[in-house]
Design a protein around this ligand. Sequence first.
Ligand SMILES: Cc1cc2nc3c(=O)[nH]c(=O)nc-3n(C[C@H](O)[C@H](O)[C@H](O)COP(=O)(O)O)c2cc1C
Length: 478
Amino acid sequence: MKLFEPLNVAGMVIPNRVMVPAMVTRLSGEDGLVNKDIIDRYVRYARGGAGLIVIEAMAVHHAKSGPLLRSSDDQFVPGLSDLVRRIHGTSDSKVVPQIIHFMKVAKSGWRQTVDMLSLAEIDRIVEEFGDAVVRARTAGFDGAELHSAHAYTLASFLSRANPRMDDYGGDTLEGRLRLIGRIFGNIRRKVGDDFPVGVRFLADEFIKDGYTVNDAKLIGLRLAQLGAAYLSLSVGGKFEDAVHVPGQVPYPYTGYSGDRCMPGDWYPAMPHVQFSAEIKTFIMAHGFNTPVATAGKISNPDDAERLVATGAVDIVGIARGLLADPDWPNKVRHGEFDRIVKCDYCNVCKHLDGTHSRVICALWPQGSLQAPPDDRSSEAPRWSAEGANLTATMGEGKATLKWNKAAGAARYDVCRTDPLGNVEIADAVKVTRWEDHGLLAGMPYRYHVCAYGAAGQGGTTSNTVTVSLPMLNLAAHA
Ligand SMILES: Cc1cc2nc3c(=O)[nH]c(=O)nc-3n(C[C@H](O)[C@H](O)[C@H](O)COP(=O)(O)O)c2cc1C
């Protein structure tokens, strides 16, 4: 598979095209230091075979925040070195830290915006990013990634909502690009040209009057001209439309732009890849071969392969899918698609991040802080002689499915086949009951349930049931 071919990213050779995009874990303390839980989380991704691991956002400055890693001082380097050493000692995965600057937010809902920063503060941000890249190099990372996406400082300068009126101002694209240009210049002065520095930025802000792919193509081209090692595209995740819960610090993934950033189970697969492909085509047409990474509800191995094989993008970012199953790359490489613990995009992980709680996946066994090992010795779950006895009861516009427990099952995938024969995994649950609220009356739907062990063993299939909601009298509704 093309997905498992290596790629040279400005001198950093990643062994395959599967990337763990940055995902805050809330496993560190407020001290910002690497600890055992952090190491265990990332070694697990290395063991699972990801080509590029982007370590969660770590602050380049000292501002107060919840639990978050930091690279704002030399005191953080030994812990970061240890993390890198452990990852490199586990596999040939490459590893870069995502480095972030954020502004102040308050429980009242007030937040600092870029127009409140003085020129001296901007100068300091330039130095802080440069210093953090120096520390990344000292710690042994293979490169670094600038976080210029979502609700954070660099993205707020790039934004069409940038309210500054000076040289860094929002009324011109060049004004919006000035800070990131200065940061690249400073990084090159401090670490030279041979340390790969990629950038994560937005393909679409997904806020009213925000920028779209039209600007993103130009931003991508400028970043390529500045020597970015790779471009990693995300979308949305802004404060502008965040829902403020009184007494809580605003969380930028609560509004529509937040939905787009971490699309939930009601979204179609891969809702943003076309933007990344457009950006790649545009920068290539201008003579740049800078690798482009995309992310957003990619989980099907055939989809991932197609994205890379067709040249739409170079690297496939899988965040929640790899949280659910860090062994996704190895399982796909070995053709074991049906052993993957498939993310159901329930977004429990996102809610844990929002409440500064330790981020886990709801599909892991109860109480686990890390994904279970890929245990091939334990037996696949089995139904007793009575079988699964899957039943479906219709009523009040929905179907209620129930089935028997299978011995050794950690979760069940509920599969639904529509009248055209398309099978989708409608949900992944740990209980033996599920309701389908999305039925169109008059259409036959077929269900079966698959039982899996904690590491994805099994896939034992239940009996099949077919149901159809009675057709409404449409004339009576006219
Ligand atoms: C719990 C959690 C934490 C995240 N933290 C970061 C982060 O630190 N930096 C970042 O750029 N994106 C972050 N993201 C966004 C992901 O990198 C990714 O873009 C998004 O989840 C969509 O990809 P997916 O559908 O494969 O999950 C986070 C997402 C989740 C669910």
